[in-house]
Design a protein around this ligand. Structure first.
Ligand code: NAD
Length: 486
């Protein structure tokens, strides 16, 4: 089936297997962050489309739930194949619209494919693993345990890893037997339309997957649609709180994947190269626009001077530029408001006399949202740069003397998404990893997230887990059946 390229779409709402231009007022402007030029003006969905999409998802639910799980698995494998077939085109869109260098864009598409393949594998076994028996005490009754799809679900995602954050929701939801309505971010509304293209191509039953583009009004409509049995949200804490509030009057389950201000601890016995890779990757990957950015470096006092010098050297060789130029490691900030927000942190740092050891500026003469990778040394812990999520390529450093002190500094935050430890001594490393209060820890490795791991935060970084078996359970309800022994 031939399809209009994503960048030329004039229909961006997909409900019950049908494309439309939606009922939203006005248009969404898609911008190239490397030039700030508008690439596309697209029609947008509105709250009415959410109502229609939620109804379509509700109508499709019973039949989708009744499909053998192996059949759902086969559809998921077709999603993976559909993405693979479009790999180059999707990489191009990620580079153009999100400003990701090619290696990062390829990484994203690969992640989405791997996620669909992984949940296809889990879906294969769902039917066979139902009805686990429970031998109740007393010998009069027997129980059996079932995991059933919770129903139609509303999925709201941000702009920093479009395609990936949505794959982490769509794949397990469909695997479980839920039907879905996806609301992509208004900043990057195009790439996720590919899921609708694939749905049509593979003959996914109508209403199983619906997409409504739009801004906050569409997001809000997603939180009040009565057909949804759960809302799964990835985004900022400010909006996450609104989502939680909106669903609370119906006591609806909500999953929240929110922000972070994550620590990376480097001990005095750490391998320098491993530590440099972990620190640089943890803050400059995707220009720091990652929820899991390890934006607080906590380095042992005895190696701080040498380590910081090496860090500055490495940062200077981290090439910033247009994603389509060769050897670029860091592209522009995806959205202009986010670029302005990061610049305001630079101003704050200057005003509060922070020691900027590299960066802290935009890229001279640039037409795009380019910022230099930035490091502030020995940042006081009460400074906003130390405790607020900047969501950009901005690292704040501090030192420690004892491991207790390192952990106390690491955990002195209301966030708890991830943490990293670089430490050679296995026992000490284990204590540090276990001591950080966060949902995912990397030890002696840059950040890598496998589909069969777990993703989600402690404290204010969220509610629930994505990926791995927990990601599937997020879309299943547990049912226990008790009956007399015949
Ligand atoms: P955001 O909260 O501004 O927007 C997220 C989504 O919510 C968008 O689709 C937006 O249109 C929608 N929305 C806006 N107002 C709404 C409302 N009132 N009700 C319902 N939906 C509404 O976040 P963003 O700027 O797109 O993304 C950046 C944030 O996302 C960062 O804080 C980052 O840490 C977080 N994030 C977290 C994870 C994770 O897995 N924990 C992953 C990626 C991003």
């Amino acid at each position: 089936m031939s399809q209009t390229p994503l960048l030329e779409r004039n229909q961006t709402v997909f409900i019950n297997g049908v494309w439309s231009s939606g009922t939203g007022h006005g248009k969404l402007t898609v911008t190239n962050p490397s030039t700030r030029e508008a690439i596309a003006q697209i029609p947008t969905g509105g709250p009415q489309d959410v109502e229609a999409a939620a109804k379509a998802a509700a109508n499709a639910f019973a039949a989708w739930k009744a499909q053998p799980s192996a059949k759902r698995a086969a559809y998921l494998m077709q999603f993976a194949a559909g993405l693979t077939k479009r790999f180059e085109a999707l990489v191009h869109v990620q580079m153009l619209v999100s400003g990701k260098p090619k290696w990062e864009a390829e990484f994203d598409i690969g992640d989405a494919i791997a996620t669909f393949e992984y949940y296809a594998g889990l879906a294969e076994d769902i039917d066979a693993s139902q009805d686990d028996p429970v031998a109740h005490r007393g010998g009069d009754h027997i129980g059996r345990v079932r995991y059933e799809p919770i129903g139609p679900v509303g999925l709201i995602v941000p702009w920093n890893f479009p395609l990936v954050t949505s794959a982490w929701k769509i794949a397990p939801a469909l695997a479980a037997g839920c039907t879905v309505v996806l609301k992509p971010s208004e900043v990057t509304p195009l790439i996720e339309l590919v899921y609708a293209d694939i749905a049509l191509e593979i003959g996914l039953p109508e209403g199983v997957l619906n997409i409504v583009t739009g801004e906050a009004d569409v997001g809000m409509a997603m939180t009040v649609a009565h057909e949804f049995r759960k809302v799964s949200f990835t985004g900022s804490n400010a909006v996450g709180a609104k989502v939680m509030q909106a669903v609370s009057d119906r006591c609806l389950p909500v999953a929240l994947e929110l922000g972070g201000k994550s620590p990376i601890i480097v001990t005095q016995d750490a391998d320098f190269e491993t530590a440099l890779d972990a620190v640089i990757g943890g803050i400059f990957f995707n220009a720091g626009q990652i929820c899991s950015a390890t934006s607080r470096l906590i380095v042992h006092n005895s190696i701080e001077a040498d380590f910081v010098e090496a860090l500055i050297d490495r940062t200077h060789s981290y090439k910033v530029g247009c994603p389509f130029s060769p050897d670029v490691m860091m592209g522009p900030i995806t959205a202009r408001p986010q670029f302005d927000k990061i610049k305001s942190y630079f101003d704050h740092a200057k005003a509060s006399g922070l020691n900027c050891i590299t960066g802290g500026t935009t890229v001279d003469e640039s037409e795009g949202n380019f910022l230099m990778p930035t490091i502030y040394r020995n940042v006081p812990h009460e400074n906003r740069l130390w405790h607020e999520e900047v969501f950009g390529p901005v690292l704040a450093t501090t030192t420690f003397d004892t491991d207790e002190e390192a952990l106390s500094i690491a955990n002195d935050t209301h966030y708890g998404l991830v943490g990293s430890v670089v430490c050679a001594d296995p026992q000490r490393a284990e204590t540090l990893c276990n001591g950080i209060v966060a949902g995912h820890i990397w030890l002696n490795t840059p950040q890598i997230v496998y589909p069969d791991s777990a993703w989600g935060g402690f404290k204010s970084s969220g509610i629930g887990r994505e990926l791995g078996p927990s990601g599937l359970r997020a879309y299943q309800g547990l049912k226990h059946v008790t009956s007399p022994i015949a």
